[in-house]
Structure formats: structure tokens, C-alpha cells
Design a protein around this ligand. Structure first.
Ligand code: AMP
Ligand code: GLY
Length: 425
């Protein structure tokens, strides 16, 4: 089979890498891909939101199955268009992807179907939002309704900060139209985990879980990023918690989307807070997580192509997915200065000097004229390792990350370091 992966991050390189291991995959294409996907197959120069371009590429290269990485492609309606043209594609339709692309849609759906989540009010009027926030007690969470590249959420310690966040979103429009409408939410306290299921809209696979590190600095300090590392499974994750999350959160929301006329086929990602009152939903995403994928897929023993085909064919109930009991850790190596201004174009060395069984998944990289790899983005790559224990996976990931270098390379030192005081994970 000829398979095309849409996207250009480390997540997409990991998906392409896992698919490349399938005996049934003959050729891999990535749109637009990065220097890592170029080593596995062919990069196609088309952007993830260019639906016409993606459709043309699928035809031109006789693609048998397309896999969508990023949410922006889902929001652009790539799945609807491919399905309308009779092409096989893995991911939810635009309507089903509203579970991620509209936080108010997701919140109302959860409320209607009794899925535990933070209390929230939705505002389109700046005046009404201000009035409500002035009377609410901090901490308060202010969230842009639409997609804001992971930057649309502010957890505010004071009313003043919440009012400022409202102004930035609703008046200054720092997130464009995505922040015209906002949610004002109760702040949840607890450990955060990311939970994934592969679903064909009716059946759900058993759940897989991971932890994500969003802040730039050790000890969860500093600015939010696209994700600086991940490990899987979380130490709190066990059969009892899985059963509870399945029956209270994941199965009801898949049923709810089907009942409301937009069945969800793809990977459903629940961002959960494990509160004193049980797991509550922070948000849903309509795809695999980045960087969670880089810690999770190395643990998958089943052919990923089988899993993706089961989603499209409606046979998830007949497709068992085997996971290694080993731990997975992914450490993101970023450009110095990220998530603020940074410089690109630096040669990357040492990427071939990694141990057997350690994977280096590219993100912001490109191939230079002399065939070498140079930095081309904020998050440059993820070093992923597995181990018998979390500690073993962690030390392997860090030993190997230390062999890779480029000017200004930065990574957190505390990914999967579980000193309780350090992160609460
Ligand atoms: P998001 O960009 O939606 O993934 O949100 C970014 C982060 O904000 C989440 O990972 C949480 O750590 C935090 N967050 C969002 N909503 C809440 C909430 N209601 N209570 C506490 N933390 C939240
Ligand atoms: N790991 C966060 C995300 O993929 O949205």
C-alpha cells in the first residue's frame, strides 16, 4: 500500500516511521514532511490546510490510504473532501473534529451527555464576560473558543490577570477570530494525563495514556510550548482508572457524537485532570498528541496500518492492539530561544550516533544542499527510547539526546523525572 501522512512534525515522523515498519506498506509519502520523513519516503510540497493540493497529491501518487496528523487539516475539511471523492483517509470529519476546534461545542456536548468536565460559561460579549469574571473567584481559566495552536488557554491566578486575558482575546484579538468567543472555566486541580483511543465511530480500542510537559523550563516553569517531552504510561495509570475513563468519558463522548449526527472516526484524545472528585475533561483533541505520540508509538507492537484500516473499515472491535509493557520516554530538543524568537539553519550532528532501539523523530528540520540536516523550526526533534523501567527509558533517551548537537540546542532535564516535588506527575 502507498500511504500518505499529512503534517511535518515529530508526531508525523513517528507515524511514518511506524507505518514504514509494516510489511504491507510499499511506499510512504509525507505532506509536507521534514528531513526525517524524507529518509523514509517522499516528501510532497503541499501544506496541511491546502485541501485541493492534498487531493491532487493523493491522485498523482496513487495513494491508497491517507493519515491526518494535525488538527488544522481536520478543521480545513480534508477528511470530508477525501471521503466525498471516495479516497480512504484516517481522521474525523470537520463536524466531528469540532470536539477540538470548538471548545464551546465540546463543553456543551459534555454537559448534555453527563461527561465530567470543569464548569464553564461561554461569552461572545466582552462586556458580559468582564462582568462575570469580575464577580468570579480566582484562579480562573480563560480559553479561546477556536484553534489557537495550543496558545489559547490562560490559567489566571487573579481576577486582574483574567480580565487582561479576556481583553487580549476578545478586544485585541491576539488569536484572531479563534478568540472572539471565550470560555470562562473553573480551574481544575490535579495530575494531568493524555488518554487515547482508536475509534471507528462505534467501537473504541482499549485506552493508552501518556504525560506531556508543556512548559519550556524544568520544574514546569516558564512559557507554554507545543510540548517539551512525554512519557508513557503514567505511573497512576492502571486497569481501574482505564475502566473509569472509558465508561465515564471516552465511550460516552463517542456515542454522543454519533447520536448527534457526526460520528467520530480517528484517534480521540482526552486531556484529563485527575481531580479529587475523579477524572475530569480539560479538553478533547481529534488526533494523536505531539509529543505523546513519540513516547507511545514505540510501545505499539501491532502493525499501525492494521489499526488505521480498522478505523476506516469499522472493524476496531476485531482488531486487537498489543502494547509493550515497557516504558517510553520522548525528550524534545528545541532551538535556543524557543518558544520566543530563535534562529534556524544550524547544521545538526550526531543523529546517526544513537543506540539501537532509540529513535530520533524530526520536527523542525530540513535537508541542506549538501544533504545534511539543518534546523528549520522551534522544536527540532524528539529523542525517543523505551526501557524495562521508566528510569531506564529516561536515561537512554537522555544519553542519546546528549550525542546530538546543534548551535543553541536546548532540552528540559526533567522529562519523566518523577521526584514528586518536581512536577506533581
Ligand atoms: P490546552 O492548550 O487546551 O491543552 O491547555 C493548556 C493547558 O492549560 C492544559 O494542558 C492545562 O494544563 C491547562 N488548563 C486548561 N484548562 C484548564 C482548567 N479548566 N483547569 C486547570 N487547568 C487547565
Ligand atoms: N500534547 C498536546 C497536544 O498534542 O495538543
Amino acid at each position: 500500500m502507498r500511504v500518505m501522512v499529512i503534517g511535518n512534525g515529530s508526531r508525523e515522523h513517528a507515524i511514518a516511521w511506524k507505518l514504514r515498519a509494516s510489511p504491507r506498506v510499499t511506499e510512504i509519502f509525507a505532506a509536507p514532511g521534514n528531513a526525517g520523513t524524507a529518509q523514509l519516503g517522499v516528501n510532497i510540497d503541499v501544506q496541511p490546510t491546502d485541501v485541493d493540493g492534498l487531493l491532487a497529491a493523493a491522485r498523482k501518487h496513487a495513494i491508497d490510504l491517507t493519515v491526518v496528523g494535525p488538527e488544522m487539516s481536520l478543521e480545513a475539511g480534508v477528511v470530508d473532501r477525501f471521503e466525498a471523492e471516495g479516497l480512504r483517509i484516517v481522521g474525523p470529519t470537520q463536524a466531528a473534529a469540532r470536539i477540538e476546534s470548538s471548545k464551546s461545542f465540546a463543553k456543551r456536548l459534555m454537559e448534555r451527555h453527563g461527561v465530567p468536565t470543569s464548569r464553564a460559561e461561554v461569552f461572545s460579549s466582552y462586556g458580559e464576560a468582564r462582568e462575570y469574571v469580575s464577580l468570579a473567584s480566582a484562579p480562573i481559566v480563560i480559553k479561546a473558543d477556536g484553534l489557537a495552536a495550543g496558545k489559547g488557554v490562560r490559567v489566571c491566578a487573579s481576577t486582574e490577570e483574567a480580565l487582561e486575558a479576556l481583553r487580549e482575546s476578545m478586544e485585541d484579538r491576539v488569536f484572531g477570530d479563534a478568540g472572539r468567543r471565550v470560555l470562562v472555566e473553573e480551574c481544575l486541580i490535579g495530575q494531568e494525563i493524555s488518554v487515547f483511543t482508536f475509534t471507528d465511530g462505534v467501537h473504541l480500542s482499549p485506552l493508552m495514556a501518556a504525560c506531556d510537559y508543556k512548559r519550556i523550563g524544568d520544574g514546569d516553569l516558564g512559557l507554554n510550548t507545543g510540548g517539551m517531552g512525554s512519557y508513557s504510561p503514567p505511573l497512576v495509570w492502571n486497569a481501574e482508572l482505564e475502566a473509569q475513563v472509558m465508561s465515564e468519558v471516552m465511550a460516552p463522548i463517542v456515542r454522543a457524537l454519533a447520536e448527534e449526527g457526526c460520528p467520530f472516526r480517528g484517534v480521540l484524545y482526552g486531556g484529563l485532570m485527575l481531580t479529587a472528585d475523579g477524572p475530569k475533561v480539560i479538553e478533547f483533541n481529534a488526533r494523536l498528541g505531539d509529543p505523546e505520540t513519540q513516547a507511545v508509538l514505540p510501545r505499539m507492537e501491532t502493525d499501525l496500518l492494521d489499526v488505521f484500516e480498522a478505523i476506516v473499515d469499522g472493524t476496531v472491535d476485531r482488531t486487537p492492539i498489543a502494547w509493550s509493557p515497557k516504558a517510553g520516554v520522548g525528550v524534545v530538543v528545541a532551538s535556543g530561544g524557543y518558544p520566543e524568537a530563535y534562529t534556524t539553519g544550524y547544521p545538526v550532528s550526531g543523529m546517526d550516533d544513537v543506540d539501537e532501539g532509540v529513535a530520533v523523530f524530526h520536527a523542525g528540520t530540513s535537508t541542506s544542499n549538501d544533504g545534511g540536516v539543518v534546523t528549520a523550526g522551534g522544536r527540532v526533534l524528539t529523542v525517543s527510547a523505551i526501557g524495562e523501567t521508566l528510569e531506564e527509558a529516561r536515561s537512554r533517551a537522555y544519553e542519546n539526546a546528549a550525542r546530538i548537537s546543534f548551535e543553541g540546542a536546548y532540552y528540559r532535564r526533567d522529562i519523566a523525572a518523577l521526584a514528586p516535588a518536581a512536577s506533581g506527575r
